[in-house]
Every structure is written in structure tokens, then in C-alpha cells.
Design a protein around this ligand. Structure first.
Ligand code: AGP
Length: 609
């Protein structure tokens, strides 16, 4: 994903832009650039490569300027090159862009026929040309921008500056996230909060179709279509994240840091509700009539969040006896979902910006469902569009592979299931208190599981050349088999499949070949015997059985590797069984020399469908 930043205020813009761009490096990029005002007009410096290379081509000392925009590019249209990097400029208008202009070829052909000269292969470059053309026709700048944007199709977040307005920046959102940072007589914009954490704790999340005009004295928000102004103050959200939370703090990778943060982030997510879980229902906006009158729950999510949703189904049905449907968000809307009275749709999304999940949430809302979102980013689109919000408290998750957000999501789902069970009279107070005490032990149990890190790294070293993995789980650990396989795939690029262990005989057992590693999740619960049968099936066919269990002594001697986990309540076993799988994926990827925090082809938040 590209990253865009902008600054206007009293300080040195260039060093702030460079620092903010560095804080967006986790998004992955192949080139970087900035544009700023100097005495005469707009100057642009941009290059293929990293921000360090951009710094080398900048003037020394840095120019004393108070306004500028910056960009880290993740190539979509046009190969990574200096010419294709942003900002793009034409007629004294400079633009940085995150997203895709779907109709740029038609627009570019028209501009070329009018004599415009292009210096890049990008979709973005049509934007400054179109704005400059409107300016030449005498259209005022804001109208020239609005008119241009009305012709663009696709998803974009833009930062714009013009030589005609030396003390003004424009920021526009349509489909790609953009946040405004509010400082003391200084204002910022960025694709994501971590870019601005050292400079502000007050943010406004732009909505689709909103344009923001930033000057040193203030910020105006308006709807591009209706020109309707919006109050900035009313939309300010305080975010209590610190800059350190978005830095590695001594870990080699964000992914490892975030794996180790889980005892705290699980605690942070349950601590405000554990005493009186029903408060969670009221304060997240779920009124009594919605929860008591609840007939059916539909949960939608993508990727790791979908696996959390599958765990949520076990918890909610077991503790509250409400029927739960779970859908991959990108499939939900195509099956023309049936929404009856008493349906609550829950979307689960770390970023709150996943296009497929937002589309599913909007579809359900349009069909009359009440909507709740379980989300990790305050003020994100999902949290603003849902009827009610239950925030996870995982802090900024920088690693593309989701880890702490996942366990925070299942914490929120556990609390939700507990609260619903109590409210609907399916749990006695004694049962609820007993379950709560098990939940409060979980952070310590995760710490115990993390102590096996070195052993798991050694295990990874024996598997790093493997081409295929199978992960097997049953019941509430079936989604953990899916999650373990996804973690390995996305950071180490090794093919892995997660399967319901009971499905083995229906096909996958044909895969078992000599030495094929099969990770078997076998906590000592009522499914343990069945899981040990799966292990025997694997061994009988020459497979390599790697067993994650809290009862190693009950396993047969011919298991190849045992990964011990601490014993926990069977409904809470995913919290500990996922830890060794996260670590196994991490260490395998590191040993393979993969880019763990920015895996190839992946983005942290998939804001396009
Ligand atoms: C998980 O490791 C992946 N990065 C990905 O599957 C992610 O969970 C998915 O894209 C959903 O993201 P969200 O939670 O921000 O909606």
C-alpha cells in the first residue's frame, strides 16, 4: 500500500514529512518523494528506493519551509522507478495518491490529445494535469480539484498542493483511508495514525467523499458533492497510542514484538468489562431489546479476523445459545443474505477499513440488520458506520501478519458471549464467575506458552526446507488450524492447509506422504482421543506428527515433536494453542530470510475489493 503524508504549520516541514514517511515504512514501498514550497514555487524530490536514498538527494541543509506533502509508493500502475514515484506535478499542482484510478487510460488519452506531456506510466499523473487544466480555464482551485475528482473512478486518498495557494494543502478521501492530525496551530494528514503519533493525539478520520482544506490557522471539512461543511471539532477522536507502541522497541520485527505483547493486549481488552460484562453490551450500543430479542447472529470478516469469527461462533452458541452464522465477508454479500427481525450482524476487523468487510456490513445494514463491529482502530470506517462498536485494545498492529489483534478479537468475542449468556439467562452467576476467573488466567497462560519460543525456533530450523504443511484441529481448535496455516503461508510463503481433523478420511489423508509435517492441535479436552487417532493415521502413512498439547504424557511415543501448552478451560484453549503456531510461522520465515513484517504481495489493510 502507498503511504501519503502532509504538513502545514510553524515547524520545519521537510523533517516532519521524512519522519512521518519513515513511520509508514511498515506498509511496504519501493520509492519515496516529497514536495514542498520554497520561495519561488513547489520543489519536488523523489527517487526509487528507500527514504534514506531520498534524504541523500535533498538539499543540505534542509530548506526552511512550513508546508509540504510526501509519499511512499507501492507500485500498482508503472514499474518502481524515479519517474513513476510521487509526488506528480503539472502546471504548478503537486499530488500524492494512495489507491487506484480505474479510468485513468481514458483520461490520459484525452489529456494527451490536448497536448499534455506525461513523464510517468502511473494512473496518478492524470490528476495534476486535470487540475492544472481547470485552473487554466479560470476555475478557482477548490472547484478545479472538485471537478477533477468528479471524473475519477476508483479508490483514492489524495494530498494536493498548488503554487497558486502557498499556504494551503488539500486532502481528499474516496475509498482509501486518510486521517487528519490536529496540533497546536499545525495540521497533518496521513494514510494511517502511526505516521503522526509523535505530533498529535487528536485525529479526524475523513469519510469517503470528504475534502479537507488545511491552512496554518485551521482546517475546513466539506462534502465534495454537496459542498456541505462539517465541524472539525465534533469529529475529533482522541487516540491514546504512544509513538513507542508503533516502534519495534528492541525486537527484530514488529511481528515478534506483537506476539509478545499478547498477555498485555488480552488484559487491556478484557479489563474494562470483566467485572460486569453486561456493561459491554450497553456501552457498545447494544440495547436490551436487541440482545434479549436476538434471534440470529451473523458474523462477517476476512482472513485472520474470519478465524476469530469462527471461534466466536463456538463461544456465543455455547454460552448464550443464540444461533450464529459465520461468513467470509467477500462471500456474504453474493449469497443475498436473509435478514430476519432480530438479526444482529457482527463485523470483525482489526483495521476497520477492509473493503470486503465494510461492504458486507453495509449490505446487512441496508437489509435491516442491527450492526456491531469489533474493531481495533478508533474512528475507522467500520466503527463509524456500524450501529455499535466493541473496541479491541491491542494498540497499533504494524506487522502485516495479524497476531495480537487476533487474540484481542477472541477476547472481545469471549466477553460478548459471556455477557449475552448472562443477559439471556443461559449462565448462572456462579457459572459466569467461574468462566471469568478462567479468562483472567489467560494472560499468564499465554506467557507460559511464550516460554517455548526457543524450542519452537529449533523446530522451525528442521522444517524450513519443507514445501507443504497440514494443520489439523477439531471443535474450537479447528479455526486455530486454519489460522496456523495462514500465518505460515503469509510470512514464509510455504504452502500450508488447515483442516477439520474429522475431514481427513474425506480426502486430505491422501496428502500424507513420507515426512509430510502435520501439526495436530490436541488439547486434553473431550476431543483428545479423536485427535490422537488422527496422529496414528498420520504416523501409519509416514507423516511427521507435530503435536500441540497440554498433556504430552498422554501421547503415544511415536509422535515426532511435542509442543507443550499450558492447560486452560477448553473454550479458552485457542488463546494458548495459537501461540506456538504464530512463533513457528515467524521463525520459519526469519530462517527463510523472508520480509516478515512486509510479506510479498500483501498489505496490512486490504482497502480494495
Ligand atoms: C492476517 O494475518 C492477514 N494480514 C489478513 O488475513 C487480515 O486478517 C485480513 O486482511 C483482515 O484484516 P482486518 O482485520 O483489518 O479486516
Amino acid at each position: 500500500m502507498c503511504g501519503i503524508v502532509g504538513y502545514i504549520g510553524k515547524k520545519d516541514a521537510v523533517s516532519i514529512l521524512l519522519d512521518s514517511l519513515k513511520r509508514l515504512e511498515y506498509r511496504g514501498y519501493d520509492s519515496a518523494g516529497i514536495a514542498y514550497r520554497n520561495g519561488k514555487g513547489i520543489e519536488i524530490f523523489k527517487t526509487k528506493g528507500k527514504i534514506e536514498e531520498l534524504q541523500q538527494i535533498l538539499p543540505d541543509p534542509l530548506p526552511a519551509t512550513r508546508i509540504g506533502i510526501g509519499h511512499t509508493r507501492w507500485a500498482t500502475h508503472g514499474a518502481p522507478s524515479t519517474e513513476n514515484s510521487h509526488p506528480h506535478c503539472a502546471g504548478g499542482v503537486a499530488v500524492v495518491h494512495n489507491g487506484i484510478i480505474e479510468n485513468f487510460r481514458t483520461l490520459k488519452a484525452q489529456l494527451l490529445s490536448e497536448g499534455c506531456e506525461f513523464s510517468s506510466d502511473t494512473d496518478t499523473e492524470v490528476i495534476p494535469h486535470m487540475i492544472a487544466r481547470n485552473l487554466k480555464l479560470g476555475t478557482p482551485l477548490k472547484a478545479a480539484i472538485a471537478e477533477t475528482l468528479s471524473q475519477l473512478r476508483g479508490a483514492f486518498a489524495l494530498g494536493i498542493m498548488s503554487e497558486t495557494h502557498p499556504s494551503t494543502l488539500f486532502a481528499v478521501r474516496k475509498g482509501s483511508p486518510l486521517v487528519i492530525g490536529v496540533g497546536e496551530e499545525e495540521f497533518f494528514f496521513a494514510s494511517d495514525i502511526p505516521a503522526l503519533l509523535p505530533y498529535s493525539q487528536e485525529y479526524v478520520f475523513l469519510e469517503d467523499g470528504q475534502m479537507c482544506t488545511l491552512t496554518p490557522t485551521g482546517v475546513e471539512l466539506e462534502c465534495l458533492e454537496t459542498k456541505e461543511p462539517s465541524s472539525l471539532r465534533e469529529r475529533i477522536v482522541k487516540v491514546d497510542w504512544t509513538p513507542a507502541m508503533a516502534e519495534k522497541e528492541g525486537y527484530d520485527h514488529f511481528m515478534l514484538k506483537e506476539i509478545y505483547e499478547q498477555p498485555r493486549t488480552v488484559t487491556d481488552t478484557f479489563v474494562e468489562w470483566i467485572k460486569d460484562p453486561q456493561r459491554l453490551l450497553d456501552e457498545s450500543g447494544l440495547t436490551m431489546d436487541i440482545t434479549v430479542g436476538l434471534r440470529r447472529l451473523q458474523i462477517v470478516a476476512c482472513g485472520t479476523s474470519y478465524h476469530a469469527a469462527l471461534i466466536g461462533r463456538y463461544l456465543i452458541e455455547r454460552l448464550s445459545r443464540v444461533f450464529v452464522d459465520v461468513d467470509i465477508a467477500s462471500e456474504y454479500r453474493y449469497r443475498r443474505p436473509i435478514i430476519e427481525k432480530g438479526t444482529l450482524l457482527i463485523s470483525i476487523t482489526q483495521s476497520g477499513e477492509t473493503a470486503d468487510t465494510l461492504a458486507a456490513q453495509r449490505e446487512a445494514k441496508q437489509r435491516g440488520a442491527a450492526t456491531l463491529t469489533i474493531c481495533n482502530v478508533v474512528g475507522s470506517t467500520s466503527s463509524r458506520e456500524a450501529d455499535s462498536v466493541l473496541y479491541t485494545r491491542a494498540g497499533p498492529e504494524i506487522g502485516v501478519a495479524s497476531t495480537k489483534a487476533f487474540t484481542a478479537q477472541i477476547t472481545a468475542l469471549t466477553l460478548f458471549a459471556l455477557a449475552l449468556g448472562i443477559r439471556r439467562g443461559k449462565l448462572t452467576l456462579k457459572e459466569a464467575n467461574n468462566f471469568k476467573s478462567h479468562l483472567m488466567e489467560i494472560p499468564g497462560m499465554i506467557r507460559e506458552a511464550l516460554k517455548k519460543d526457543d524450542e519452537i525456533r529449533d523446530l522451525a530450523a528442521t522444517l524450513v526446507q519443507t514445501k507443504d504443511f497440514l494443520y489439523l484441529g477439531r471443535g474450537i481448535n479447528y479455526p486455530i488450524a486454519l489460522e496456523g496455516a495462514l500465518k505460515l503461508k503469509e510470512v514464509s510463503y510455504i504452502h500450508a492447509e488447515g483442516y477439520a481433523a474429522g475431514e481427513m478420511k474425506h480426502g486430505p489423508i491422501a496428502l500424507i506422504d513420507k515426512g509430510l509435517p502435520v501439526v495436530v492441535l490436541a488439547p486434553k479436552d473431550d476431543l483428545f482421543e479423536k485427535m490422537t487417532s488422527n496422529i496414528e493415521e498420520v504416523k501409519a502413512r509416514g507423516g511427521r506428527a507435530i503435536c500441540v498439547t497440554d498433556e504430552p504424557e498422554s501421547l503415544s511415543q511415536n509422535v515426532d515433536n511435542v509442543v507443550p501448552i499450558p492447560p486452560v478451560h477448553h473454550l479458552l484453549s485457542p488463546f494458548v494453542s495459537v501461540i506456538p503456531l504464530q512463533l513457528l510461522a515467524y521463525h520459519t520465515a526469519v530462517l527463510k530470510g523472508c520480509d516478515v513484517d512486509q510479506p510479498r504481495n500483501l498489505a496490512k489493510s486490504v482497502t480494495v475489493e
